[in-house]
Ligand binder design. Structure first.
Ligand code: BYC
Length: 310
């Protein structure tokens, strides 16, 4: 498949009907499915606050954001289906615990300020990770990512605005915002994946231009982007080792507790069981909707084929 690598090296887009190595196809299915699963599981921690949003305006914005995430899941499952897998099959793998979703969604949302911290930090990290995927070698994934990134950028700003308001509010509101940032900071850094020297998939995915930057490079970019924003917010990042390193032209930061990351990956995060259980239940309870939609589509097909025959 040297021909394939030559195409990739020339920045040509690979499209669904093009020849591709089986391992390239499998890697994309793994990553796109994990990404899609993250979007729909990611609806849960925020859905938790829709009924308790502090105003009608906040509620409407949060509902729109959670709906966007369902939409992102749809584009991504659609992109995965162009690789010859079925969406239902991917959902089964998620429900059986055989495919992953992002570690970040295994943490609880304890206060309203968590909606701000998720928007600012989690969506902020998502943007840093996903903007390069708009240039991914696989066409359908890259194109899905363009719209997703635009929407993520709106999500990030709404989170920033929630924290900005709380930070300038009462002492109790400021403390709530600080507490949320303290709890979401380290898990957000873990979203970028394990350190480069412990990332088994990175080298090949970078050679195939599925990934454009390494996990550590993107993590560094996120830290550099976030430090000045924290200053504007009047909030502190919970890492005393963060400081500008003029020689490197980047911020230094403290060590990440990778044992926590791997524990979450192995199913032992604070909310893994709850998230998966709720997802399975939503899937079972939604079975009648899928059946009705299939029956309706069948009816339409029958009607249009009869009309065509007449
Ligand atoms: N969480 O070799 P590595 C969102 C796994 S959605 C869980 O570096 P790779 C949002 C990895 O799968 C956020 N697992 O892997 C939604 C691999 O396991 P397997 C989702 C992780 O793929 C709603 C193993 O660790 N974004 O932002 O080269 C509301 C070794 O890792 C994680 C995406 O999915 C993790 N954090 O790189 C708000 C973006 N990290 O499969 C926000 C697309 C690693 O070998 N995905 N693992 O058993 C990617 O860019 C890449 O897949 C990753 C990992 C950078 C995440």
């Amino acid at each position: 498949m040297d021909e394939f690598q030559t195409l990739v090296d020339a920045d040509e887009r690979i499209e669904p009907r093009d020849a591709m190595p089986e391992a390239y196809r499998r890697t994309l299915i793994r990553q796109i499915a994990q990404h899609a699963h993250s979007e729909i599981i990611g609806m849960q921690p925020e859905g938790n606050w829709i009924s308790r949003a502090p105003s009608l305006r906040r509620k409407a914005i949060l509902m729109a954001k959670v709906q966007d995430e369902a939409g992102h899941g749809l584009y991504l499952y659609g992109a995965a289906e162009t690789l010859g897998v079925d969406r239902a099959e991917l959902l089964d793998l998620l429900h059986e615990g055989k495919q992953r979703y992002s570690s970040i969604f295994n943490y609880p949302t304890l206060t309203w300020a968590d909606m701000g911290a998720i928007g600012w930090l989690v969506d902020g990290a998502a943007i840093v990770n996903q903007v390069p995927i708009c240039r991914c070698s696989y066409g359908p994934y890259a194109r899905a990512m363009v719209r997703i990134c635009k929407e993520e950028s709106f999500h990030q700003r709404q989170g920033f605005e929630i924290l900005h308001t709380l930070s300038r509010g009462t002492a109790a509101q400021h403390a709530m915002a600080q507490d949320a940032v303290d709890r979401w900071w380290w898990p957000s850094l873990m979203m970028f994946g394990p350190p480069d020297d412990q990332s088994p998939n990175s080298a090949q995915s970078m050679a195939w231009r599925i990934k454009r930057f390494s996990n550590d490079d993107l993590r560094q970019k996120f830290v550099d982007m976030t430090v000045p924003q924290a200053e504007v917010l009047g909030l502190t990042l919970p890492d005393p080792q963060i400081r500008w390193n003029a020689e490197r032209g980047h911020h230094d930061f403290g060590d990440i507790d990778w044992s926590e990351f791997f524990a979450v990956l192995n199913g032992n995060g604070p909310c893994n069981a709850v998230r998966l259980e709720r997802r399975r239940r939503a899937h079972e309870e939604g079975a009648w909707v899928r059946e009705a939609a299939t029956a309706y589509a069948d009816k339409h097909r029958r009607v249009s084929s009869t009309a065509g025959a007449a």
